[in-house]
Design a protein around this ligand. Structure first.
Ligand code: ATP
Length: 306
């Protein structure tokens, strides 16, 4: 009886883990209500990366046949460089990251990593090669150690601590009474937005993916945390092919390439300096954000006196 109970119990744990991790991935991409529509092709091979060049080749895509979302999207991210995508809300920025992760298949064109069409590689190997720092990190109701180790199940304590140090969250963890064994998540210690993003960075460092997707949070953190996180991201983006879905243009001014999406089309591309000089949509967005920042600086937050 005990012999039977243990495996069943164990299976229960695994089932919960799998469900949780799917929920995690789906929440990262805001896909809870959506179907997973893709399957491995019968002759799918593991993705082999060497530098991880990412190519979107004449991609056309719609979630629903009645409404096309992307039109002839064509760009390359050279190995080890950073490309940022900007554009108004709904222009299709996050859709690019969903397609790279192959949550959906494109209707026309192709997405390739080091020459391999993402349709022809195993989903496991594809998702292994891509690390995501999402807008809003989902924490499991488990220890902070577990939450970091989730980037690489089975990682040693030394590796977990090294990742936490590199993500500047180690010192904070050490101040907690239970240290790495502290329970976090909905039923445990609630972490701030910046602390959660640092956990996500530590997870990603542990996973050590060839490709990084950074989905910038729409709501800014306080400027000190924001700068610290930007500096860490810059560190982990070095040597990796990186796609940044950007909401604040100031954070991506030094990207190797910036793509401006408008209603699903790339309407401008280039470096920050090139796009400012082009005096088009990017320039308009930049001027508007600068003006807003100046307004914010002109009216500092009111101090509450108790
Ligand atoms: P934001 O800056 O607001 O996050 P975005 O540029 O990332 O926007 P996407 O999330 O890529 O925009 O969405 C592009 C378009 O696709 C939007 O009009 C959106 O309504 C639509 N869309 C997104 N997900 C789905 C879906 N699962 N089914 C149908 N339409 C969708």
């Amino acid at each position: 009886m005990i012999q039977l109970y243990i495996p069943l119990n164990f299976l229960g744990v695994i089932y919960r883990e799998i469900k949780q991790s799917l929920a995690d991935m789906e929440r990262l991409f805001g896909l809870l209500e959506q179907n997973r529509e893709v399957a491995d092709s019968p002759d799918a091979k593991p993705l082999v990366t060497h530098g991880a060049k990412v190519e979107f080749s004449h991609v056309e895509f719609s979630y629903d046949p009645k409404r096309q979302i992307l039109f002839d999207v064509d760009f390359t991210i050279p190995p080890g460089t950073t490309t940022a995508v900007v554009g108004h809300s709904g222009s299709g920025k996050s859709t690019l990251s969903r397609l790279l992760f192959r949550f959906y298949d494109v209707q026309q064109g192709a997405i390739r990593i080091d020459g391999q069409d993402v349709k022809n590689v195993t989903q496991d190997s594809l998702r292994h090669a891509i690390g995501i720092v999402p807008q809003d990190t989902v924490l499991f109701n488990d220890t902070i150690e577990y939450n970091i180790a989730y980037g690489r199940p089975g990682a040693s304590r030394a590796d977990i601590v090294a990742a936490a140090r590199a993500a500047s969250i180690h010192d904070f963890i050490e101040t907690l009474p239970d240290g790495y064994a502290t329970m976090v998540g909905e039923r445990g210690l609630k972490l701030s937005g910046g602390e959660k993003q640092r956990v996500a960075i530590a997870r990603t460092l542990l996973k050590n993916p060839a490709i990084l997707i950074f989905d910038e949070a729409t709501s800014a953190l306080d400027s000190k945390s924001e700068q610290a996180i930007q500096a860490q991201l810059k560190e982990i983006a070095k040597q990796r092919t990186t796609l940044v879905i950007a909401h604040r243009l100031s954070t991506i001014a030094d990207a190797h390439q910036i793509l401006v999406l408008d209603h699903g089309r790339i309407v401008e591309r280039g470096t920050h300096a090139v796009l400012i000089a082009a005096d088009g949509l990017y320039r308009q967005m930049w001027d508007r954000q600068q003006a807003r920042q100046d307004e914010d600086l002109a009216s500092p937050p009111v101090e509450v006196v108790q």
